[in-house]
Design a protein around this ligand. Structure first.
Ligand SMILES: NC(=O)C1=CN([C@@H]2O[C@H](COP(=O)(O)OP(=O)(O)OC[C@H]3O[C@@H](n4cnc5c(N)ncnc54)[C@H](O)[C@@H]3O)[C@@H](O)[C@H]2O)[C@@H](O)CC1
Ligand SMILES: Nc1ncnc2c1ncn2[C@@H]1O[C@H](COP(=O)(O)OP(=O)(O)O)[C@@H](O)[C@H]1O
Ligand SMILES: [K+]
Length: 525
C-alpha cells in the first residue's frame, strides 16, 4: 500500500459537495448502499439467519436503507431498525426510506436485534455525528449502540458504514462511551484520520474503502453517471504511511560500502537497573544497519555489580564508550545520538552538551522527561534547527502530556494536534507513539503529519519503544541528510510490521529487533 491522503470532516465535505453537484440525485447514496450490500453479502455466512441494519436519522442511515433494499432483493432476511420516530432526514435519505419500504424491506422501530442475527450493519451515525447529542431520544441511540457492541462482542460480524458510530473521524476519540466496535468498516469518498489513530484501530476492524467512483476506474474513466468534475482537491489533514516509506531500505547496499559508510550511532542511557533499555536501543541501531554502534551507561557502573567490560555481553559487536560528552571532537558529523533509553535522573546532567553538540539526535524516555521538566533544555532544543541540527522526539502519550503540560487523556483525544503542537513548540520532529503513531514535522517545513497504520498490541511490551528509538537512530546514521520525518515514518512502519507478524501474544523487545532485521532479508532481492 502506498502513502494515502487522509481527510477530516471539512475536506470530506468539500469532496462530497463536489461529487453531489456532479451526480444525479441519490446516485452517491445508491452507490454507497450498493457497496455496503456487496461487502455484507461477502461477510454473510449464514444465509438462513437475519441481517440486522441499524439506521440513523441522516445520510448514514440512508446508506443503510439502500443496502437493506439490495440485500432484500438478494433474498436475505433483512430487518432495518430506525431508532427514531422521525422519517430519515435528508431528501436522499428519505428517498432511500421510501424505496426500501416500497421494496418490502422490514423496517421497524423495535431496537432489539433479531434473534440469531448473523450480521449487523451499523448505519447509525457517520461524519455528521456531533459530540453533543442534538437528537432525541438519546436513550434510543445508546440502546442501539449497546446492542451492536453486544453482537460484536459475541464475534458476530459487524459492518460499520463509513465510520463506526460514535468514533470521531477527525481524532479517533470516542464521542460516545458505547462507540461501536466493528469487525469491518467500509468508508466512503475519503480515508479519515480518526479511523487509523487513537481508538480508531480498536473500533474499525478491517478497513475497506470505496471512493464512490470519483477518482475513476482503472482505465482512468470516471463512472458514467458522474459529470466531469471541476475538482478542487482540498488539502489533506494527514497522510497514511505506506510501504513506499521503506523504498530506500529495500535496495542492496553499494558494493563498495564499508562500515564507515554506514554512519555511527552512540546510545546514551541505561542508568543502573535500566541497563537493558540502552542495550536494546544499541542492538536495534546495529540491526538497522548502522556502521559502528557505541553505548554508554549512565551512573556508577560499579554500583550495579553486574557489569562486564563489554557494553552488552550478548552482542560483542557493540562498543562501550565512556560517558564523556564535553571533550572536543566528541560529536563528529558522522555520529547520530540516541539518548534517554533508561536514562533515569542521570540523563539530565549530560543533556545540555548533547543538545549543543549532536548533529542528529533521537530523544526518548527519560531524556523526554528531563526535557519536560527543564525550560533551559527546551531552549537548547529549540535552537538546534537554526544551526542545522535535527532532533526526533519519540514520546508515548504520557511523555507527550508531560512535555505539553497536560494529561494523557487530552493528548489521546487529539493525537494529530498534540504531535503537531509539540513539533511546533519544540521546533523538532515528533513521533507520538501508541496505536496509530503520529509523525509530525515543524509547521515551517510545510509537511503534514503522518499516521502509521502498521502495528499491533504485540508491541505493547517493555522495551519496544527503546527498539524503535535505536532503529530510527540506525537508519538515520545511514542517511544523515534524509528528511527526519521520512526516516521516522520508515522506522514506525517497519516496527509495526514486525509487531503484526507476531499474531497473538507479546513480541519481546529483543526478539522484535531480530524480527525487524529478518523482515529486511525477506524483502531483499
Ligand atoms: N450526502 C451524500 O449523498 C452521501 C452521504 N454519505 C453518507 O452520509 C453520511 C453523512 O450523513 P449526514 O451528514 O446526514 O450525517 P449522519 O448520518 O452521520 O448523522 C447526522 C444525523 O445524526 C444525528 N446526530 C448527529 N450526532 C448525533 C448524536 N451524537 N446523537 C444522536 N444523533 C446524532 C443528527 O441529528 C442528524 O440527523 C456519511 O457518513 C456517509 O455515510 C455517503 O453515502 C456518500 C454520499
Ligand atoms: N496496541 C498497540 N498497537 C500498536 N503499537 C503499539 C501498541 N502498544 C504499543 N505499541 C508501540 O510499542 C512501542 C512502545 O513504546 P514505549 O511505550 O516507549 O515502551 P517502552 O518504554 O517499554 O519501550 C511504541 O512504538 C508504540 O507505538
Ligand atoms: K456508522
Amino acid at each position: 500500500m502506498h502513502t494515502l491522503s487522509l481527510y477530516g470532516i471539512a475536506g470530506t465535505r468539500t469532496l462530497e459537495t463536489q461529487a453531489l453537484a456532479a451526480t444525479p440525485p441519490q446516485a452517491l447514496m445508491e452507490r454507497a448502499g450498493l457497496a455496503v450490500a456487496k461487502l455484507a453479502l461477502a461477510l454473510h455466512n449464514h444465509a438462513e439467519r437475519p441481517i440486522w441494519i441499524a439506521c440513523g436519522p441522516g445520510n448514514n442511515g440512508g446508506d443503510g436503507l439502500v443496502a437493506a433494499r439490495h440485500l432484500h432483493a438478494q433474498g436475505c432476511q433483512v430487518i432495518a431498525s430506525l431508532p427514531t420516530r422521525q422519517s430519515a432526514g435528508s431528501v436522499d435519505a428519505h428517498a432511500a426510506l421510501l424505496a426500501a419500504q416500497a421494496a418490502g424491506v422490514r423496517i421497524t422501530q423495535d431496537l432489539t436485534p433479531p434473534a440469531r442475527t448473523a450480521l449487523a450493519i451499523d448505519a447509525l451515525l457517520g461524519i455528521g455525528a456531533t459530540t453533543k447529542p442534538d437528537h432525541s431520544p438519546d436513550q434510543a441511540l445508546h440502546q442501539v449502540l449497546r446492542s451492536l457492541n453486544a453482537l460484536s462482542a459475541r464475534d458476530i460480524a459487524t459492518l460499520a458504514v463509513d465510520v463506526p458510530s460514535g468514533l470521531s473521524v477527525e481524532t479517533g476519540e470516542c464521542l460516545h462511551a458505547d462507540a461501536v466496535h466493528a469487525t469491518h468498516c467500509l468508508t466512503f469518498l475519503t480515508l479519515k484520520p480518526g479511523l487509523f489513530t487513537g481508538h480508531g484501530p480498536a473500533h474499525c476492524g478491517e478497513i475497506w474503502f470505496d471512493d464512490l467512483g470519483l477518482s475513476g476506474d482503472f482505465s482512468g474513466n470516471v463512472a458514467n453517471d458522474i459529470a466531469p468534475i471541476n475538482r478542487i482537491t482540498p488539502d489533506a489533514d494527514a497522510d497514511l504511511i505506506g510501504h513506499d516509506s521503506l523504498l530506500n531500505w529495500l535496495r542492496p547496499a553499494h558494493p563498495l560500502s564499508h562500515k564507515g559508510s554506514h554512519g555511527d550511532v552512540w546510545v546514551i542511557g541505561g542508568a543502573p537497573a535500566m541497563r537493558g533499555a540502552a542495550r536494546l536501543a544499541a542492538r536495534a541501531a546495529l540491526a538497522a544497519g548502522a556502521g559502528r554502534v557505541y553505548g554508554s551507561m549512565l551512573g556508577d557502573i560499579t554500583v550495579a555489580g553486574d557489569e562486564t567490560p563489554e557494553f552488552d555481553s550478548q552482542r560483542p559487536e557493540l562498543m562501550r564508550r565512556p560517558v564523556e560528552v564535553t571533550a572536543p571532537g566528541t560529536f563528529l558529523p558522522s555520529l547520530t545520538v540516541v539518548c534517554g533509553c533508561g536514562g533515569g535522573q542521570e540523563i539530565h546532567a549530560v543533556l545540555p552538551a548533547i543538545l549543543k553538540g549532536a548533529a542528529r539526535l533521537v530523544l526518548d524516555a527519560d531524556g523526554l522527561n528531563a526535557l519536560g521538566a527543564d525550560p533551559a533544555l527546551q531552549a537548547l532544543l529549540i535552537q538546534r534547527r537554526a544551526v542545522g541540527q535535527n532532533t526526533v522526539l519519540t514520546p508515548h502519550p504520557l511523555e507527550a502530556a508531560r512535555l505539553l503540560g497536560t494529561d494523557t487523556h487530552r493528548v489521546q483525544a487529539g493525537r494529530l494536534k498534540a504531535a503537531q503542537e509539540l513539533a511546533d513548540r519544540l521546533n523538532c520532529h515528533v513521533v507520538l507513539k501508541g496505536a496509530g503513531s503520529v509523525v509530525a514535522a515543524p509547521a515551517d517545513t510545510g509537511r503534514k503529519p503522518l499516521i502509521n497504520c502498521s502495528g499491533s498490541p504485540a508491541l505493547a511490551t517493555p522495551g519496544s519503544g527503546d527498539v524503535l528509538a535505536g532503529w530510527l537512530g540506525g537508519l538515520w546514521a545511514q542517511a544523515p541528510a534524509a528528511c527526519p520525518q521520512g526516516l521516522a515514518a520508515a522506522a514506525v512502519y517497519w516496527h509495526g510490521l514486525a509487531g503484526e507478524s507476531q499474531g497473538l501474544g507479546p513480541l519481546r523487545a529483543a526478539d522484535l529487533i531480530e524480527r525487524m532485521h529478518g523482515l529486511r532479508s525477506r524483502w531483499g532481492p
